[in-house]
Design a protein around this ligand. Structure first.
Ligand code: GAR
Length: 199
């Protein structure tokens, strides 16, 4: 049976990564020719040695490379990053809360998707949840897109709006964004791979 190999990059809590592992890792799907195939998360990488996600991964026995960016220029880091990823020969690389601006060294050599916690093109960057909460718009959202050279700007794979609730706190809004992420990210990942659930 064909295996689609995923390599996941993260920087912090890793809750989206853990959700992807629980919902997709070693599960079977059907591709667009009707053939059964499976997904395997072959490895992960974190740029932050203190990240909670490193601990959370332990029960799954999936390799985790810790590659700190401290003291490295962006191009130096991305050269090492690309080398590490290629060692695992993934079908697709998944940015799951990987809080780094990537250089062309990465974007030209690695086929990757990214999750972003806003309805793109609104609120690009590292503070998307707070920025959309504080905006005049009556919605936030979640987007999953192909990674391109421009930050948070590649072709959208899937996105969904999240209507704001009057009087809601930032914390509650953030929690609803994460709930939407946990639904949308696995769906978008399957879409990116051309897979669907087995009946
Ligand atoms: C998620 O909300 C993800 O969308 C966001 O970081 C969080 C990671 O949480 N990514 C970005 O803001 C990328 N620009 P997690 O580590 O618990 O999955």
């Amino acid at each position: 049976m064909k295996t689609h190999k995923l390599f996941i990059l993260f920087s912090g809590t890793g809750s989206n990564m853990i959700n992807l592992i629980r919902t997709l890792h070693l599960h079977e799907f059907v591709d667009n020719t009707g053939c059964a195939c499976r997904i395997e998360v072959v490895g992960t990488l974190c740029n932050n040695p203190q990240a909670k996600g490193i601990q959370a991964l332990q029960e799954f026995h999936i390799p985790c490379v810790v590659l700190s960016h401290k003291g490295l220029e962006r191009h130096e880091y991305d050269t090492l990053l690309v080398r590490e990823i290629k060692r695992y020969d993934p079908t697709l690389c998944v940015l799951s809360g990987f809080m780094r601006i990537l250089t062309p060294i990465f974007t030209q050599h690695i086929r990757a998707i990214n999750i972003h916690p806003s309805f793109l093109p609104y609120h690009k960057g590292a503070h998307a949840i707070k920025d959309s909460f504080e905006s005049n718009q009556d919605f936030g959202g979640v987007s999953v897109h192909w990674v391109s050279e421009e930050l948070d700007s590649g072709t959208i794979i899937m996105q969904e709006k999240l209507p704001k609730i009057t009087g809601e706190s930032l914390q509650d809004f953030e929690s609803r964004i994460h709930t939407l992420e946990y639904k949308l990210f696995p769906q978008a990942l399957l879409e990116a791979l051309g897979l669907r659930a087995r009946n």
